[in-house]
Design a binder for this molecule. Structure first.
Ligand SMILES: NC(=O)c1ccc[n+]([C@@H]2O[C@H](COP(=O)([O-])OP(=O)(O)OC[C@H]3O[C@@H](n4cnc5c(N)ncnc54)[C@H](OP(=O)(O)O)[C@@H]3O)[C@@H](O)[C@H]2O)c1
Length: 274
């Protein structure tokens, strides 16, 4: 019998690459994101690979919508084997420019969104003493990246969530995996919150950077993620994430000013205590 995976943020980027990768390897898919048309288009691509696909538009920030999603999904497919938590919003700008609303958008999507799906699906996994939870995190969940404080706060929370969940759920037969990409060629900038005087420059910088051919592809992340599911891997750094994380740990005094300059833009040149 085919296995089924539920993937959030499945309409583009890493989420879409993941649903296609899993479908190629025999999974039926529940696709989750907010905007229905793009989600349905991704579901159609899954079906052309010969697998079942169910697009269920849901805002993962809303626990009631997520409860309904899980009920509908189980009613539709019977059993869910894999949950991939992936939907997230990025922030770039000085921390003092983040409004309370911005903080909520980032944490409600990137942290609560993951908690909502896990809470809703966990009884199903526990009753079967089986299941895989994959949390797509980021090197921002391991390293101190300035000018992305709400985002890196959310990703550090996910590192804690992933590791502590694993510690508790592993003896109950549930596999918990954290995936840590570095910079991946997606349209992450489309929904990102760019703040501060340099907001326009920040958008342009990210737009250019995210079109660079040297960045790893979402398909590469998806292959790594699928391999991690199959081999029940725990914390998986994706490609160049090994390099960046090693640099942060081995040479923080070198890395911190470089990263401040790159992400801080004009702000990092002004008002500094020298
Ligand atoms: N790209 C990178 O460089 C990079 C690096 C490290 C880690 N990551 C992580 O990888 C994951 C995917 O990133 P990506 O670059 O593929 O992002 P992306 O291209 O911006 O795609 C985000 C997806 O999430 C969905 N989404 C956003 N808010 C949602 C909500 N409230 N409820 C349901 N779905 C929602 C979006 O669809 P709708 O707007 O229609 O809902 C879209 O399908 C994220 O966790 C990100 O932090 C990315």
């Amino acid at each position: 019998m085919a296995k089924t995976a539920l993937v959030t943020g499945a309409s583009q980027g890493i989420g879409k690459a993941t649903v296609l990768e899993l479908a190629k390897h025999g999974y039926d898919i529940i696709l989750v994101a907010r905007e229905p048309e793009r989600l349905e288009a991704a579901a159609t691509e899954v079906r052309t690979l010969g697998r079942q696909a169910y697009a269920i538009p849901t805002d993962v920030q809303d626990p009631a919508q997520v409860e309904q999603l899980i009920q509908r999904a189980i009613a539709q497919v019977g059993t869910i084997d894999v949950l991939v938590n992936n939907a997230a919003i990025y922030y770039m700008g000085p921390v003092e420019e983040a409004s309370l609303n911005d903080w909520h958008t980032i944490l409600d999507t990137n942290v609560w969104g993951y908690i909502h799906t896990i809470r809703a699906l966990l009884p199903h996994f526990l009753s079967r003493k089986n299941g895989t939870i994959v949390n797509v995190v980021s090197i921002g969940g391991l390293d101190p990246i300035p000018y992305q404080v709400p985002y890196t706060t959310s990703k550090h929370a996910l590192t804690g969530l992933t590791k502590s969940l694993r510690s508790e759920l592993e003896p109950k037969g549930i596999h918990v995996c954290g995936i840590y990409p570095s910079f991946i060629r997606t349209q992450l900038y489309e929904r990102a919150l760019f703040r501060g005087e340099d907001a326009k420059n920040r958008f342009e910088f990210m737009y250019k950077a995210f079109h660079s051919p040297v960045l790893e592809t979402p398909e590469y992340v998806a292959q790594t993620l699928r391999h991690a599911i199959e081999h029940r891997q725990k914390d998986v750094l994706v490609g160049t994430a090994h390099f960046w994380t090693a640099m942060f740990h081995l040479a923080p005094a070198v890395m911190k000013p470089i990263v401040r300059r790159v992400f801080g833009m004009a702000d990092s040149q002004r008002n500094l205590v020298r």
